[in-house]
Design a protein around this ligand. Structure first.
Ligand SMILES: Nc1ncnc2c1ncn2[C@@H]1O[C@H](COP(=O)(O)OP(=O)(O)OP(=O)(O)O)[C@@H](O)[C@H]1O
Ligand SMILES: [Mg+2]
Length: 248
């Protein structure tokens, strides 16, 4: 497998990006694939809290020159998983000089070559930070839900990716929080049709994840449904999405 740096984005907030990122990172690390998970959401970072560890340094410290990128790498909850935490409450990227941002982006790109997978969990919206990280990634995944506002925000995200990342031949879509597989497929069809019509580009469906109360309760307990219910539908769908990412 070639080393791969990919982002998970959405446009709309609260659609399940962090759930998907942490789940994929756990899945790959359990498959003994060296994985780097980066919290690229510097406005409302929460991966370290979600995974139940405390990071000494964060990506915001790297951007502010308080430490090197390598120093910000924490051993995650798994032997094959490394994590770079973010920092809540500040949009560090917006405060950085363009040179510093470019330096950190290049360092992250180089660091990612040491891993089979590097995953950037991006924040909501399409601000400077999100757009900046997108540019260095080889692959991109957009999370949408059947909510109409998620579709319009998802469309805006695809449009941004098409202009910023012309090297990306395909972009994956995960429909999350669907009431049924049918609703998820319909949501994807609607989304793909408007992308095709307006952008002449159709993203690839990676999977449909149903609404699952257990995801919420696991997140509240700082665990992951993938660990607590490894044979359930949501964990199955994570595996399905992972296979789709491999061939994206
Ligand atoms: N399929 C699902 N069914 C039910 N709840 C879900 C599902 N996926 C995610 N959630 C819950 O939705 C909430 C938001 O998820 P998450 O934090 O992953 O979203 P996000 O896109 O990363 O949000 P933000 O934009 O704020 O970073 C969490 O409480 C999570 O447990
Ligand atoms: Mg998040």
């Amino acid at each position: 497998m070639n080393p791969s740096l990919l982002f998970i984005a959405s446009g709309k907030g609260g659609v399940g990006k962090t759930w998907l990122s942490t789940g994929l990172a756990l899945l790959w690390s359990r498959q003994k694939l060296r994985t780097l998970l980066v919290d690229g959401d510097l406005g409302a970072a929460n991966i370290d809290v979600q995974m139940g560890f405390r990071a000494r340094w964060t990506l915001a410290d790297v951007l502010a020159k308080r430490c090197t990128l390598q120093q910000a790498v924490s051993a995650g909850v798994d032997s094959h998983l490394h994590v770079i935490a973010g920092k809540s409450g500040m949009n560090a990227v917006d405060l950085m000089s363009a040179e510093r941002l470019m330096f950190v982006r290049e360092a992250l790109h180089r660091l990612s070559c040491q891993y089979a997978y590097s995953l950037l969990d991006l924040g909501a919206g399409l601000g400077t930070g999100v757009r900046s990280w997108m540019k260095i990634c080889h692959k991109g995944v957009i999370v949408i839900t059947p909510d109409p506002s998620s579709l319009t925000d998802g469309y805006a995200a695809i449009k941004t990716i098409r202009s910023l990342c012309p090297h990306m031949q395909s972009v994956g879509v995960v429909v999350n929080m669907a009431e049924s597989d049918h609703e998820g497929q319909q949501t994807y069809s609607l989304f793909a049709k408007s992308c095709q019509k307006l952008l002449n580009f159709s993203p690839t469906l990676l999977g449909v994840v149903l609404w699952d109360d257990r995801i919420r309760s696991c997140m509240r307990k700082q665990t992951h449904v993938f660990d607590m219910f490894p044979t359930g539908h949501s964990a199955d769908q994570l595996r399905h999405v992972s296979r789709g990412i491999e061939v994206l």
